[in-house]
Design a protein around this ligand. Sequence first.
Ligand SMILES: Cc1ncc(COP(=O)(O)O)c(C=O)c1O
Length: 415
Amino acid sequence: MKKEIKNFLTKYLKSENEKNLKKYTLLEDAFSNEDILSALDVLLSGKITMGAITKEFENEFAKYLNVKHALMVNSGSSANLLAAFALVNPMKKNYLKKNDEFIIQALCWSTSLWPLVQAGLKPKFIDVNLDSFNVDYKEVEKNINKKTKVIMAVHVLGNSSDILKISNLCKKNNIYLIEDACESLGSKFKNKFLGTYGDFGTYSFYYSHQITSGEGGMIVCHTDEDYRLLHSLRSHGWDRGFNPKIKNQIKENTFNFINSGFNLRPLDITAAIGLNQFRRLNKFMDIRSKNRTKIIEFLKSSTKWKNQFKFFNEIKNLQPSWFGFPLMINENLLHKKEKFLNYLKKQNIETRPILSGNFMNQKSIELYGLNKAKINFKNSQTIEDRGFFIGLHINPITKSSLLNLTNHLLMIDRL
Ligand SMILES: Cc1ncc(COP(=O)(O)O)c(C=O)c1O
């Protein structure tokens, strides 16, 4: 066993030395030594399923975000699934009925939308603001009516809407608010974390998000009742392992199936990595923010800079926790986009679209007939047409990496 591990590590270290320093991936040096050792510790303990470390992560997460409860799941999508199915569950007071409506932006992620549809609710799509990629409060206000029962606010790439106003609007009109903060862990609006304004806030720890455990997610809520509901839905509908300090607990460690349910539990291995990374979140945020400033400075101070790109800025009152670095290609260079992204790929610079672009263009929307009126969401479409993003790393960017990256980005008008 020892020899095999040694051989493995020798091979690994060799490949590390041969790393292509000119690569600019979405995420660099994903896991620290401590992350790896904490995961190994769980693996070597022989019990990797959800247990004490998951609980520890949940407690620290809730405390840091200043919310009553946090529940870890195996992905951000699962966190959204729990939020959606909690709202239509008979255990919830004033639970929602089939065909009740929800509002969501057209520039969204697949699993921001589908869990609510799968739960039987009907979407009403609205467009986003071209500068923030998020919805404007006025657009939300304009679109709510008596049928609106939920607002799904998707916080894009660390940015947000005026979530305080949206949250007040929801309270006033008895509308549930879910905040999909899967791309925005650590961002604060008016000094309060995104994800903590709504009834439910969801987070993703997928590769290249603010923190990563490979796969993983968290959902936060504010009442014991909601927590109990989420807890049972996460795990087969049972009450097992439920916190006995909370009132109305039936009996700890029994197989009482109090509800319907899924199995969306995380592994303690991912919780161990996630917890370790979570403890470094502030450091990551700081470095990402500095790297972002440097990339912009390098681009703008180059002799080749001719406003080829527009950058995206945080809205007023937001302290952002950046995820990636989105760029909007100048309109006069739009015809070069495909060639340009292929060029970046050849230079080993990884890019991604902004969310899934204008989600109305996806085949799944046609399959479910969700935009029969063929509404044109102009800004979402512009962001799909002109936008893309690159990574922001968790180590300070080196001068040579900056030069390499910005030189390639500025090739756009010469292709
Ligand atoms: C806005 C948003 N919501 C939900 C998700 C789903 O998270 P996960 O990949 O952890 O399932 C993502 C994924 O990246 C996302 O960007």
